[in-house]
Design a protein around this ligand. Structure first.
Ligand code: UTP
Length: 474
């Protein structure tokens, strides 16, 4: 141990991070071991470069000069084309070539929920947790296509144990445990935003943050998930985020396009919704040098964000909703040299509680004090040879729960979920009460086990109307 400690201490000194061992003398053997193990996981040479780039010389974005809006398949494609792609996607599903993949490693700090975000009660009537909504979609899709749909879930070292316990407590929501593959993503040390010093969450522990949803590509490889998929004959991965209860886990139209359209190399495809207004805080699909990319809302120059077409629509309209399809062979190709693959890091300025390196006291910052280095999954888009974008309806597929109140909160999500299901019921001839502004005067929830799409309601025994202020779960 003394030898190990000395070596690690001089390594830290060489990288201006000696404070990490400030309290080494006070730690018991287990604590010291834990801290040294953590330190040994860090690639300090790479970290020095990142600190230089993101803390000492943050120079904003390097936006490509030639930026065009990305073309996309519109929501109102001709019906015969849609039917053809849907049939192709349906066949891939029946052939057992599709897996579901949820990224659930985030810390959900804005929501402030005490537990993994996937355990959050998300539906407007029964308060069903996010994980259950996706599980029910998988169960219903397995039944519909007569096939097993394995579910891969990325956690983080911070929430992995709690996520596993939640699944076991809920009997895996009726899914077969051997078709659920959970794995933790990588982490990065959180850094003091002024000095670049590594933050300590306790005297024996470095404050670590998950390395972003972009860490999923690497983690798919390192966890063995991608080999597991290959062994099962999976060819396509349906990627979605844990905080969007309306994400369609399985979408035959999207699959068919991704796998067979001439505009796609079958490597990575995306869904978009039309931006509601120029300043909306969503990334935008663009084209640059023949590649599809996402430009974050904060990086899109104001004049481009405001541009409109001759028909008066926003020119840069394709908002990223973080729903993608990946080809298994694409992930295999990207990660073939697993030690060298990595998407670029971005800096996120966040509040991180920590131990003051001088006094040892706990600090609870009220302003962002730390840089978290994170990778973004959409940075993989330009690595695909050809990548397509499909438009979808916001009400059908996008009601994220990010914040405790206001925009993208549970309350706003409940309204969108209710609206979607009100439309499904109205399409079956039900009277749905609405106020003068068209807002549904009820709370409505339809389980995926009841219907995955409006047509599935045709065989369901429904009332003729929804009473005002009713709370109805089907
Ligand atoms: P967000 O960017 O909304 O981050 O993640 P978050 O960590 O959930 O929430 P905040 O920013 O702390 O409030 C979008 C999706 O990406 C996943 C999240 O779990 C969510 O499904 N994600 C994010 C990861 O899986 N890993 C990460 O490192 C970051």
């Amino acid at each position: 141990m003394p030898d190990r400690l000395t070596k690690i201490r001089s390594r830290l000194e060489a990288h201006n991070q000696a404070h990490v061992l400030s309290w080494a003398d006070e730690l018991n053997a287990d604590q010291l071991q834990q801290l040294l193990d953590q330190i040994e996981q860090i690639d300090f040479e790479a970290l020095d470069e990142l600190i230089d780039q993101h803390i000492h010389h943050p120079d904003g974005s390097d936006l490509p000069s030639e930026l065009e809006p990305a073309p996309y398949f519109p929501e109102d494609m001709p019906e015969d084309e849609m039917a053809r792609y849907r049939a192709e996607g349906g066949q891939l599903l029946r052939d057992g070539k599709v897996a579901a993949f949820t990224v659930a490693g985030g810390q959900g700090t804005r929501l402030g929920w005490n537990g993994p975000k996937g355990t959050y009660p998300a539906t407007p009537v029964t308060g069903k947790p996010l994980f259950r909504i996706f599980a029910e979609q998988i169960l219903a899709s397995q039944h519909k296509y007569g096939v097993t749909i394995p579910w891969y879930i990325m956690t983080s070292p911070i929430n992995d144990a709690d996520t596993r316990a939640f699944f076991l407590d809920n009997n895996c929501f009726g899914l077969d445990r051997k078709n659920i593959f959970m794995f933790p993503q990588g982490v990065m040390p959180s850094l003091d935003a002024e000095t670049g010093r590594i933050l300590l969450s306790a005297k024996h522990e470095i404050a670590m943050n998950p390395d972003g949803h972009g860490g999923s590509i690497k983690a798919l490889r390192e966890s063995g998930a991608i080999e597991d998929m290959a062994a099962r004959g999976i060819e396509h991965i349906s990627y979605f985020q844990v905080d969007n209860p309306l994400a369609k886990v399985i979408d035959p139209l999207f699959l068919g396009l991704h796998a067979t359209a001439a505009e796609s190399s079958g490597e990575m495809s995306s869904k978009m919704v039309a931006k509601a207004y120029p300043e909306e805080k969503v990334g935008v699909f663009c084209r640059s040098e023949g590649k599809t990319i996402v430009v974050e809302y904060s990086d899109l120059p104001e004049d481009l964000a405001q541009q409109t077409t001759d028909e008066g629509k926003l020119r840069f309209i394709a908002g990223n909703i973080a729903i993608h399809l990946f080809g298994v062979s694409f992930v295999e190709r990207l990660t073939a040299d697993r030690h060298h693959f990595g998407l670029p890091y971005h800096r996120a300025l966040k509040k991180v509680a920590h131990i003051d390196p001088e006094t040892g006291e706990q600090v609870e910052p009220d302003q962002p004090n730390a840089v978290k280095l994170e990778t973004f999954v959409f940075d993989a888009l330009p690595l695909a040879k050809q990548s397509l974008v499909l438009e979808t309806s916001r009400v059908e597929e996008f009601a994220p729960i990010k914040n405790a109140t206001g925009v993208d909160s549970a309350a706003s999500s409940h309204e969108i979920q209710t609206e979607r299901h009100a439309r499904w019921l109205a399409a079956c001839g039900l009277d749905v009460p609405r106020d003068d502004e068209g807002k549904v005067l009820a709370r409505i929830e339809i389980s995926p086990l009841t219907a995955l799409m409006p047509q599935d309601l045709q065989n369901v025994d429904l009332p003729t109307a929804i009473e005002p202020n009713a709370e109805m779960a089907f």
